[in-house]
Design a protein around this ligand. Structure first.
Ligand code: HSE
Length: 436
């Protein structure tokens, strides 16, 4: 079957990420979607820059309307942003019968009702996974994975710039203005960072989530929006002394009387997982009646994380447009004829680091015999800790952390170490993952 054709409106950071992810993972994506997905046309005012990204792979134009008018294009991806020209182009694409994928949270939070109504009337899809929390599939989780639940509340760190600023203020004791400059220098915050630091970007995203969670229209104008510009380092410090972290949360909560929709700096107990989300990362906690609490964490911005969400939407639309209704989503994600036979590795070939605890005689040469065995098996040591023998005791615990090695190699070394007369009890072996 011929590839589905996509037209990109705007090829900045997310657009170029989308182009690269689609090119790099084309074979797997085809296997999942049932047919290829090809960027056939790109519109950007800076055509030279666009050509430097896509080369000869597709046509580059400076007029978005040429993409919309092209009958070959099945899906239009809007990555221009803002409420202005992006709104007209999305509505024109819908009117032309194109499916639309957009990362534009501002547009949907403010004009979503009009846009979704137009798409509904025309029978096309408007997909927007990339609009909330970048690469985290929170829209899919809320709309599909949690569909059995009555959602009670959602609380999210959904703006990476402000979370970076708050993390730096806390860990370095710096004031807001100093960290904002640093964030701008590192490219986290825009030259005009007001949408981020005033809480507007987070409120756009919270608005979209509130609609999906509670079945209400998008109503950005009713959101309470407070940013972090007035937050002082002293309050972050006092909150910490009381066992709290301050985060800019986007909150949507169902109450008997209505829905709370608000963005503001919020104290959270320091032991909560979400309180430990640091730097530019995003996380969303959803409280729902059947599943309880679930947490979604990941990169909320950046070229490829956001492209990950854009391409997921492209695959969803392709499946809808291609497969018969009985086989829209393959049971195992890939189409049956695209499955492969990559083997599951035997445990001996699995690579991990290890924590070893050896009960050893507290005498000369014990450590060196153990480390010699590890060296003979080419296992590198990361750290060694020897607990001091207790008064009157002649044995002690030797703890060793290793660097990554194959399980089979470690098994052989363990057998030799266990056979040493100075190793007095079964060696405790735990696997260690940095998850970095
Ligand atoms: N400016 C946003 C952030 C990313 O800092 O998280 C795009 O929504």
């Amino acid at each position: 079957m011929k590839a589905i054709k996509v037209g990109l409106l705007g090829i900045g950071t997310v657009g170029s990420g989308t182009f690269h992810v689609l090119s790099r993972n084309q074979a797997e994506i085809r296997g999942r979607a049932g047919r290829g997905i090809e960027i056939a046309m790109v519109a950007d005012l800076d055509t030279a820059r666009a050509k430097s990204i896509v080369g000869d792979a597709c046509e580059v134009v400076d007029d978005a309307r040429k993409v919309i008018a092209n009958p070959e294009i099945d899906i239009v991806v809007e990555l221009i942003g803002g409420y202005g020209v992006a709104k007209s182009l999305v509505l024109e694409a819908i009117a032309a019968g194109k499916h639309v994928v957009t990362a534009n949270k501002a547009l949907l939070a403010v004009h979503g009702t009009e846009i979704f109504a137009a798409a509904h009337a025309k029978g096309v899809i408007v997909a927007f996974e990339a609009a909330v929390a970048g690469g985290i599939p929170i829209i899919k989780a809320l709309r599909e994975g949690l569909t059995a639940n009555r959602i009670e509340w959602i609380a999210g760190i959904i703006n990476g710039t402000t979370n970076f600023i708050l993390s730096e203020m806390r860990s370095k004791g710096l004031d807001f203005g100093t960290v904002l400059k640093e964030a701008q220098r590192l490219g986290y915050a825009e030259a005009d960072p007001s949408f981020d630091i005033e809480g507007i970007d987070a409120a756009h995203k919270a608005t979209i989530m509130s609609a999906i969670a509670f079945g209400i229209p998008v109503q950005f104008e009713k959101a309470h929006v407070e940013g972090i510009t007035a937050l002082q380092a002293a309050d972050i410090k006092y909150a910490e002394q009381l066992g709290y972290r301050i985060k800019l949360l986007g909150i949507a909560r169902r109450r008997e009387q209505g829905v709370e929709l608000r963005v503001h700096p919020t104290l959270i107990p320091a032991q909560r997982l979400i309180a430990n989300v640091e730097g530019a990362m995003n996380a969303v906690v959803v409280q729902a009646d059947a599943v309880g609490t679930t947490l979604y964490y990941g990169k909320g911005a950046g070229a490829e994380p956001t492209a990950s969400a854009v391409v997921a939407d492209l695959v969803d639309i392709t499946r809808l447009a291609t497969a018969d209704p009985d086989h829209r989503v393959p049971h195992l994600a890939f189409q049956p004829d695209a499955m492969n036979d990559t083997p599951i590795l035997p445990m001996a070939e699995v690579q991990t680091s290890f924590y070893l605890r050896l009960r050893v005689a507290d005498q000369a040469g014990v450590l060196s015999r153990v480390t010699t065995i590890l060296a003979e098996h080419d296992i590198s040591i990361d750290a060694v800790l020897q607990r001091e023998a207790a008064e009157g005791e002649n044995q002690t615990d030797l703890i060793i952390l290793t660097h990554e090695t194959a399980e089979g190699r470690m098994n052989k070394a363990l057998a030799q170490m266990q056979a040493l007369p100075t190793v007095l009890a079964p060696i405790v072996r735990l696997r260690k993952e940095e998850l970095a």
